[in-house]
Ligand binder design. Structure first.
Ligand SMILES: NC(=O)c1ccc[n+]([C@@H]2O[C@H](COP(=O)([O-])OP(=O)(O)OC[C@H]3O[C@@H](n4cnc5c(N)ncnc54)[C@H](O)[C@@H]3O)[C@@H](O)[C@H]2O)c1
Length: 270
């Protein structure tokens, strides 16, 4: 049931690839709650064409931007402000890619050239987005920016490989830029640490099927879905969370605070 929590708000959503993407699920929720949207993804992802279905459903333009390219980002923000006729109230950074994982390189044999690209796409892109918005003064007073992350930034999940380092950097940028944007314009910057979710990026992690089942058994509420993540993000984009900033917020059914569960012990005793 919609509550009109985002009525009159204008947001940019990065990273909707297909209907499983967390960004896709979130765009539908934001639209339901009354927001006006601009959708963005890398030009190579736009060529798949799937995003046009979402654009139609949420009545939003699609503006391509490779998040490692400052000219693309400047153009995206300028076009979005033209479209909205003013500033932006919220931004979702739902972007991740590991070249080493994709090329089958293990953590102990990383290719550093690939690694730099991974850091740029998955972590420094948040800095690039915030910096572009900062330079253009594109975000309205009290606006909200959220980046999606994963608990491998705090604890070791071996097959998550270099993405663990990328997420640690992403969470650090969240805090550091959050400080400056908070002082300047009361803009909030947070990261949301989501349960494993079956998406294109998620399924790229080795052993994902076993892992998602393990996380389900280790979470008193079970794994959080993409739709549930969208619901939580709506609250963070709304005016109800105006004093929450520079935080890493777990949206994981309790996984991050659980040592062990009966379900896992029973499995071990079999
Ligand atoms: N799926 C999970 O299990 C899970 C869990 C926790 C956090 N996350 C995070 O959620 C976010 C969204 O991932 P998802 O699971 O929805 O997968 P997804 O594959 O649907 O989304 C990843 C997006 O990143 C985009 N992207 C990659 N390179 C880009 C570039 N250079 N410029 C612009 N966009 C680019 C892709 O096109 C894609 O749309 C990621 O940050 C991911 O790490 C996912």
């Amino acid at each position: 049931m919609p509550y009109n929590l985002l009525k009159g708000k204008k947001g940019i959503i990065f990273g909707a690839l297909d209907d499983k993407s967390i960004a896709w699920r979130t765009a539908l929720k934001c639209h339901e709650e009354g927001a006006q949207l601009v959708l963005s993804n890398a030009p190579v992802a736009l060529r798949m064409g799937e995003i046009n279905k979402l654009a139609e459903a949420v009545n939003a333009p699609v503006i391509g931007a490779d998040v490692t390219n400052m000219d693309d980002l400047k153009n995206l923000f300028e076009e979005s402000m033209k479209h909205f006729g003013g500033g932006i109230d919220f931004i979702l950074h739902s972007i991740g890619m590991s070249l080493n994982v994709r090329k089958g390189k293990t953590y102990t044999s990383l290719d550093y050239g690939f690694g730099q690209k991974t850091m740029d796409i998955s972590a420094m892109s948040l800095h690039r987005i915030l910096r572009t918005a900062w330079d253009l003064d594109a975000i309205n007073e009290g606006g909200s920016v959220v980046a999606l992350t994963y608990i491998a930034a705090q604890r070791v999940f071996p097959d998550y490989s270099e993405m663990a380092d990328a997420k640690a950097l992403l969470e650090s940028v969240t805090r550091s830029f959050g400080y400056h944007y908070g002082l300047r314009k009361k803009v909030r910057v947070n990261s949301v640490s989501q349960s494993p979710t079956r998406t294109t990026a998620g399924s790229g992690v080795k052993g994902f099927d076993g892992f998602i089942t393990y996380a389900e058994k280790m979470s008193p509420l079970g794994n959080a879905s993409g739709d549930e993540c969208g619901d939580y993000l709506v609250t963070l984009f709304s005016d109800l969370t105006k004093m929450v900033t520079m935080q890493n917020l777990f949206h994981d059914g309790g996984f991050s605070s659980t040592g062990v569960t009966e379900a896992v012990i029973n499995q071990m005793e079999k």
